[in-house]
Design a protein around this ligand. Structure first.
Ligand code: SF4
Length: 92
């Protein structure tokens, strides 16, 4: 799998390492992605659920999801998505 990920620059690690929930209970893979559609009993269930796995599979294949379009559109040539995510989230 590692080699297939390295073959495209559109890969985003975020859905593999986190999930977010806001104060309304809305769950999504990151602050920029649309919310998950299904109801889950826990964040763990959501993280390991079909929707998140579908997002991860698109990342593995290099598919840019429509929900990720804004993130990709604001990407600069000097920043990869992980760097961009860290800058926005923790202000480095
Ligand atoms: S590409 Fe952007 S919007 Fe999509 S999951 Fe990664 S950080 Fe979120």
């Amino acid at each position: 799998m590692k080699s297939s990920i390295q073959n495209h620059e559109k890969f985003c690690v975020v859905p593999f390492v986190k999930i977010v929930q806001d104060t309304k209970g809305t769950v999504r893979p990151c602050h920029w992605h649309e919310e998950l559609k299904e109801d889950y009993d826990s964040l763990s269930d959501a993280f390991f659920g079909v929707e998140m796995e579908s997002i991860r599979e698109d990342m593995r294949k290099g598919i840019i999801r429509e929900e990720c379009r804004k993130c990709h559109d604001c990407k600069t040539v000097t920043l990869n998505l992980i760097e961009q995510h860290l800058i926005i989230c923790i202000g480095i």
